[in-house]
Design a protein around this ligand. Structure first.
Ligand SMILES: *Cc1c(COP(=O)(O)O)cnc(C)c1O
Length: 225
């Protein structure tokens, strides 16, 4: 299948799922382009796509600089390291993988006040012992409630990466847990983004209340490492 057809097929899957389940919510599609070449990003750009996700800072900066389009919304979704925060604050408009006060403070200090605020999602730990990263529900809520300290950031919501499983019921169960934390968070601050769902569990995420799915493989094909 061509890149265009794969992309259209993913969009079709999203709209069919919304129709099948009588859901009227708008779903953002983040095209996860990590480990895929620049020309594929440019191709999707020509088709009108503007939201791209990257996981490796050096690779991402190279792409962002060489594509050089101001109207692309770049999302950092990979594991965050302190020493890379500077580049993330400089090159990205969203960062989805923030999981500590230290990182949040660092990003806030490094974001230039003359830039638009950096959009932040706090990463929620799901799947128990399987996942090393992310905040517990309680610490996520506690951290978000300190939002007034961060003048250069906007906390937009939650991102999660549940333990992979082919069992749709288990997928839904994990996503619903995330949705509950998101609802709890909405009572404290004005958030509008719940980022959950990847190629293998996109429908389960939509059924469970996602507002943004992050799709790599089903758009771009298998990643070459
Ligand atoms: C790679 C990645 C994705 C995309 O995964 P696919 O299974 O290729 O769709 C989504 N989210 C995160 C955080 C990722 O690292």
């Amino acid at each position: 299948m061509s890149l265009e057809n794969r992309y259209l097929a993913v969009k079709q899957r999203i709209s069919s799922c919304l129709i099948d389940h009588k859901i009227s919510r708008q779903i953002d599609l983040l095209a996860v382009s990590k480990k895929h070449p620049i020309d594929k990003i440019q191709y999707l750009y020509q088709l009108g796509h503007r939201k791209f996700g990257e996981s490796y800072v050096n690779e991402a900066i190279e792409k962002i600089q060489s594509i050089n389009c101001d109207d692309i919304e770049w999302h950092f979704i990979g594991p965050l390291q302190s020493n890379k925060c500077k580049y993330i604050a400089q090159y990205f408009s969203w960062v989805q993988s923030v999981d500590s006060l230290k990182l949040l403070t660092r990003l806030n200090n490094l974001r230039e006040p003359h830039n638009d605020k950096l959009n932040v999602l706090l990463q929620l730990k799901v799947g128990g012992e399987d996942s090393k990263r992310g905040l517990s529900a309680d610490s996520l809520i506690e951290l978000a409630s300190q939002y007034e300290k961060f003048n250069n950031l906007t906390i937009r919501g939650i991102m999660c990466i549940p333990a992979p499983t082919n069992d749709t019921n288990k997928q839904i169960l994990q996503f619903k847990t995330c949705y509950q934390v998101y609802s709890q968070l909405q009572k404290i601050i004005a958030v509008d983004t719940l980022s959950m769902g990847m190629s293998a569990d996109l429908e389960a995420a939509i059924i469970s209340g996602t507002t943004m799915v992050r799709i790599g493989t089903d758009i771009f094909g298998t990643r070459v490492n």
